[in-house]
Design a protein around this ligand. Structure first.
Ligand code: PRP
Ligand code: MN
Ligand code: MG
Length: 177
């Protein structure tokens, strides 16, 4: 375990098994469709690529990068687009791939935006869900694991841009702040 972590929540093997399970469920639900999979940079990169490898259907892949701004006490959750889709959203069945739903601001904004652009459907798969962090009502359609209200890192998820490359998910030890 990385010395800045205080515990491991999900091992590489547990994540692999969960990703395969989610991929099978998603493949069954989209077997009549050719969905547009949208990975949200940067946190969802590992999850997106691992999930794609386990899908039993063909999909189109694109990415978006967004950043929340304004102060953290605001519940309005303004979000700014840093990189937009290169693909048109209208008429598409879209599956947003996220690493974690925390306040819900990012996904609430993205889902609204893609529906406004005329997407036929917008669903969300998130590897992690932190329900205690929620500030706005939004739920992922597919969730891997529920996590406690702590600084979760690894498998793409950072704390101050660090620890993304860990193959497992753990809790950051705040003694190393
Ligand atoms: C993190 C995470 C989610 C979002 C969840 O991304 O990857 O995208 O925050 O938080 P929310 O539910 O409160 O909106 P971040 O903006 O830190 O960017 P990153 O993915 O590049 O780390
Ligand atoms: Mn992110
Ligand atoms: Mg981040």
């Amino acid at each position: 375990m990385h010395p800045h972590l205080k515990e491991i929540l999900f091992t590489r093997e547990e994540i692999e098994a969960k990703v395969r399970e989610l991929a099978q469920e998603i493949s069954a639900d989209y077997k009549e469709s050719y969905p547009l999979v949208v990975g949200i940079l940067k946190g969802s990169v590992m999850f997106t690529t691992d999930l794609l490898k386990e899908l039993l259907i063909d999909v189109e892949l694109d990415f978006m990068d967004v950043s929340s701004y304004g102060n953290a006490t605001q519940s309005s959750g303004e979000v700014r687009i840093l990189k937009d889709l290169s693909t048109r959203a209208d008429g598409r069945d879209i599956l947003i791939v996220e690493d974690i739903v925390d306040s819900g601001n990012t996904l609430h904004y993205l889902k609204g935006l893609l529906l406004e652009r005329g997407a036929k459907s917008v669903k969300i798969v998130s590897l992690l869900d932190k329900p205690e962090g929620r500030k706005i009502a939004i739920e992922a359609d597919y969730v891997g694991f529920t996590v406690p209200d702590e600084f979760v890192v690894g498998y793409g998820i950072d704390y101050a841009e660090r620890y993304r490359s860990l193959a497992y998910i753990g809790v950051f030890n705040q003694e190393f702040l």
